[in-house]
Design a protein around this ligand. Structure first.
Ligand code: SF4
Length: 225
């Protein structure tokens, strides 16, 4: 196959190899919907350890109503471990205000069409496409593939002609994979797991399960650490 390519079989083959290596697992879908909503904002520009610390600091206020009621200054102090806490406090307030429009009822929100929900989420200040899609897949159970830095790195290195535009890259992947939220959730989880274990900024190609077919493997090979 000449590289870079936009052949959907390249995408399918990467997911097949990742799935063979990591096996089935549930990624984030088993968390309470409120944790997913809050986590999708708290994890922006940081890691899950810090996002979890921030969430734990909510203490007795860990509920949609609790976050909505907290004075914004106190909310900001409580989520301080996640960084950008003033901005994130404002984002969480806006997100909870959206959630309130569904009476804080995730089932009610899930009954709405995906296009409408995506539009509503993107209208919230501080919610970009990646955050909106994470909420759509993991909290609202709508297929909407999450495009992140891990996905860009993985597929660029594997020879895919990765479009710069978020929507174009998302469309390329969505056309190649089954259109259901469980698959989108699992495949995104595979990308993150692989990106943290192998395809790091400095890749660990020697142990990587994609090494046999990855056109970047030779160039990027680095000693095991
Ligand atoms: S072989 Fe190396 S560059 Fe290719 S996917 Fe694996 S870790 Fe990334």
């Amino acid at each position: 196959m000449p590289y870079p390519s936009d052949d959907p079989t390249l995408i399918q083959s990467v997911f097949s190899d990742l799935s063979d290596h990591f096996g089935p697992f549930v990624w984030w879908l088993d968390q309470p919907p409120l944790s997913i909503l809050l986590g999708a904002v708290l994890v922006q520009n940081t890691n899950w350890r810090n996002a979890d610390k921030a969430m734990a600091n909510l203490g007795e206020h860990f509920s949609a109503e609790g976050v909505a009621r907290l004075p914004i200054e106190e909310l900001a102090q409580r989520i301080r471990p996640s960084g950008y806490y003033n901005q994130k406090a404002a984002k969480l307030k806006a997100l909870m205000s959206w959630y309130q429009s569904y009476d804080y009822d995730i089932e009610l929100a899930r009954q709405q069409p995906k296009a409408q929900l995506r539009q509503e989420l993107l209208a919230i200040k501080g919610v970009g496409q990646e955050t909106a899609d994470a909420i759509l897949v993991y909290a609202l159970h709508k297929p909407s593939f999450v495009i992140d830095a891990y996905a860009r790195r993985l597929f660029s290195r594997n020879g895919l002609a990765v479009p710069k535009r978020y929507g174009a890259f998302q469309q390329l992947i969505e056309q190649a994979v089954p259109n259901d939220y469980q698959t989108h959730a699992y495949f995104h989880g595979l990308i993150v797991e692989h990106g943290q274990a192998f395809c790091r900024p400095r890749p660990q190609c020697q142990q990587c399960p994609l090494r046999a077919n990855c056109p970047d493997a030779q160039l990027a090979t680095s000693p095991a650490q």
